[in-house]
Design a protein around this ligand. Structure first.
Ligand SMILES: Nc1ncnc2c1ncn2[C@@H]1O[C@H](COP(=O)(O)OP(=O)(O)OP(=O)(O)O)[C@@H](O)[C@H]1O
Ligand SMILES: [Mg+2]
Length: 259
C-alpha cells in the first residue's frame, strides 16, 4: 500500500536518508528500527509530507503522493504521531481529541454561519467519538484532565488516540512507546493490535524496544545510515549479524540479542 522508492533526504551535504526503498503491506504492523540517527524519523517526515524529499518517490495505493502536504495525506487516511508528543497543554484530554478532525477539515466560516444547528450536532458527534476513543484506550477517567498534566506515557496514549478520531487507513507511530512504563506500554500495544485486527489499520512504527517490536511487528525493517539494511521477522532480524553490527556501540535495548 505504501511504497518508498529510492528516497533521499539531504540536509546540506549530509545524507540523512540516502536511498531508502521499502514497502509497507496493507494490513501489516511493520516495524522500523535502527540505531539513533539512522534516518527513521526523517523518512517518516518525508512519507507523511512534513518534509520534501531531495529525490525519490512515495506511492500510496499505486498513486504517486510524493510531496503531498500532510493535510492532503490526512484525507487519504494517512496519519502520523510525533516522536515528541505535542498536546494542547491547557485544553482537556477530550478537547485535544476533538481538535483533530476540526483542525484538518478546514471548515469554512461561511457554512458555519448558516448552520449553527449542524455545528451543534457535529460537536455532539465529536464528544461521542472522543469518549469512545478514551474508553478504547482505558483512560476515560482522564477525559476532563488538562492534557499538560498527563504523564509522559499518558501523552503517548493521547497521541495514539488522535489517530482514532478519524477513520485512518495507515498510521505512522514514531516511538509511541518511548519512556512509557510497562503497564502503559502493554495498553498501547493492545490498542495497536486491536486497531489493526478490528478496524483494519495498517501500522508502521518506529521503536527502540525490541520486546515491543517482537510482540507486535511483522515484518521488521532495519535502517542504518539512511538506507534499508535488511528486513524480516523479529527473530530473523535479531539473529542477523549485519543488524548486530549496525547496533554495535549503541546496543539493542534488549537482552534477547545474542552477545
Ligand atoms: N533538519 C535537519 N537538519 C540537519 N540534520 C538533520 C535534520 N533532521 C535530522 N537530521 C540528521 O539526520 C540524521 C537522521 O536523523 P533522524 O532523526 O531521522 O534519525 P532517527 O533514526 O529517527 O534517530 P533516533 O532513533 O535517535 O530518533 C541525524 O544525524 C540527524 O542529526
Ligand atoms: Mg527518530
Amino acid at each position: 500500500m505504501i511504497v518508498v522508492q529510492d528516497v533521499h533526504k539531504h540536509f546540506g551535504g549530509f545524507r540523512a536518508v540516502d536511498g531508502a526503498t521499502l514497502k509497507i503491506a496493507d494490513g501489516s504492523i511493520t516495524g522500523l528500527i535502527g540505531p539513533n540517527g539512522a534516518g527513521k524519523t526523517t523518512l517518516f517526515n518525508v512519507i507523511a509530507g512534513n518534509l520534501q524529499p531531495t529525490s525519490g518517490r512515495i506511492l500510496m495505493d499505486g498513486g504517486d503522493v510524493t510531496g503531498e502536504p500532510p493535510h492532503a495525506l490526512f484525507h487519504r487516511g494517512l496519519l502520523r504521531t510525533f516522536q515528541i508528543a505535542h498536546e494542547f497543554a491547557s485544553m482537556s484530554v477530550r478537547e485535544n481529541l476533538m481538535m483533530v478532525p476540526a483542525n484538518q477539515t478546514g471548515e469554512s466560516l461561511w457554512s458555519a454561519w448558516f448552520s449553527r444547528r449542524r455545528i451543534a450536532q457535529e460537536e455532539r458527534r465529536l464528544v461521542e467519538r472522543a469518549d469512545e476513543v478514551l474508553h478504547f484506550l482505558t483512560i476515560s477517567h482522564l477525559a476532563d484532565e488538562k492534557a499538560g498534566n498527563l504523564s509522559g506515557g499518558q501523552k503517548k496514549l493521547l497521541e495514539l488516540g488522535r489517530t482514532m478520531m478519524v477513520d485512518a487507513k495507515i498510521v505512522f507511530l514514531d516511538e509511541v512507546g518511548a519512556g512509557v512504563n510497562r503497564t502503559l506500554l502493554g495498553t498501547i500495544g493492545d490498542a495497536i493490535v486491536r486497531l489493526n485486527r478490528e478496524r483494519g489499520y495498517t501500522f508502521c512504527l518506529i521503536e527502540h524496544d525490541m520486546d515491543f517490536i517482537a510482540r507486535l511487528c511483522d515484518p521488521v525493517i532495519v535502517m542504518a545510515e539512511g538506507r534499508v539494511l535488511t528486513q524480516g521477522s523479529a527473530d530473523e532480524i535479531m539473529a542477523d549479524e549485519r543488524v548486530i553490527e549496525a547496533y554495535l556501540g549503541t546496543g539493542l535495548k534488549n537482552k534477547a540479542v545474542p552477545a
